[in-house]
Design a protein around this ligand. Structure first.
Ligand code: AMP
Length: 284
């Protein structure tokens, strides 16, 4: 596996692969890799001749009071995992490589898909995401890129700017990978104490309740959100950030779930903010 750290290195590698007409899959990550990430890698590996992973804790997508400094960095372990998955190259730049002195350009997705959910709670987050992902698309010459449903709003945002900016890449969304307990895999689960980890099961449990009610015929948005809120309220370590339900992928208000819809939650367990979601009313 090639380890690429500079713009020149990734440009040379991707340029050569692109010239040879290869199908190039990109899997952007912030590292501290777990089964969720590795599932994205496997999808990419199945479908693409060349797979490039990126491991970059992107400073521009963190707010000033967020966990940029504390975010786990485990590059050596990550490389071992990527090697085992047969990944061709990993791009691991320093922040100054991506944002050198004099850097001034950002990609901003306006309007209804970024003004709610994590977009409302984390100002500037999606601007940082859209900017770094655009740069990664350009550098990697990706024909295909793989993202997790875990960050469903991110998928919506990426698909939007890819279409708006005419970027020639296909975006794939991979379902959420969970532990047996139901807990969605996340690099941030590392922050949890054992008591908090137990408490964190309330996220998936609350979504499951709503999913079951939906399958049983409950289509009312408020009633479904209420079920989730009630379950979350039963866990004293859980503090709700949001419980929302919008049409998916348009992210529009819905009174009744009469089309595919995203039921998404953000919950603080102690100091750790976790997110989870389910898509109601679709095959997945
Ligand atoms: P991150 O390193 O947290 O930025 O995540 C990198 C990519 O992995 C994003 O597209 C995430 O949505 C995806 N991802 C993270 N956790 C999971 C999971 N549990 N299941 C599926 N995809 C995931």
């Amino acid at each position: 596996m090639k380890i690429l750290k500079t713009i020149e290195e990734i440009k040379a590698f991707a340029g050569e692969m692109s010239k040879a007409g290869k199908k190039i899959g990109l899997v952007p990550t912030m590292g501290a890799l777990h089964e969720g990430h590795l599932t994205l890698m496997r999808e990419a590996r199945k479908e693409c001749e060349i797979v490039i992973a990126s491991v970059f804790v992107n400073p521009t997508q963190f707010g000033p009071n967020e966990d940029y400094d504390a975010y786990p960095r485990k590059f050596e372990e990550d490389c071992q995992k990527l090697e085992q998955e047969g990944i061709d190259a990993v791009f691991h730049p320093e922040p100054e490589i991506m944002y050198p002195q004099g850097y001034l350009t950002y990609v901003n997705v306006d309007g209804d898909i970024t003004n709610k959910l994590c977009g409302a709670r984390r100002p500037g987050h999606f601007r940082g995401v859209a900017t770094v992902v655009t740069k990664l698309f350009n550098l990697s010459r990706a024909t295909d890129a793989y993202f997790g449903q875990k960050d469903a709003q991110q998928v919506v945002v990426v698909r939007r700017f890819v279409e708006d900016l005419n970027i020639p890449v296909r975006i794939h969304m991979v379902p959420i990978v969970r532990e047996e307990s139901g807990l969605a895999r996340s690099s941030r689960n590392m922050y949890l104490s054992s008591e908090e980890r137990e408490a964190a099961l309330v996220l998936s449990r609350s979504l499951k309740k709503a999913e079951t009610a939906f399958a049983g015929g409950e289509k009312d948005t408020s009633a479904l959100k209420k079920l989730v809120r009630e379950e979350l309220a039963g866990e004293k370590l859980a503090e709700i950030d949001y419980v929302e339900l919008y049409s998916f992928p348009a992210l529009q208000e819905l009174a009744k779930v009469d089309q595919p819809a995203l039921l998404a939650i953000a919950v603080k367990i102690g100091k750790t903010r976790l997110i989870d979601n389910v898509i109601l009313g679709s095959e997945r």
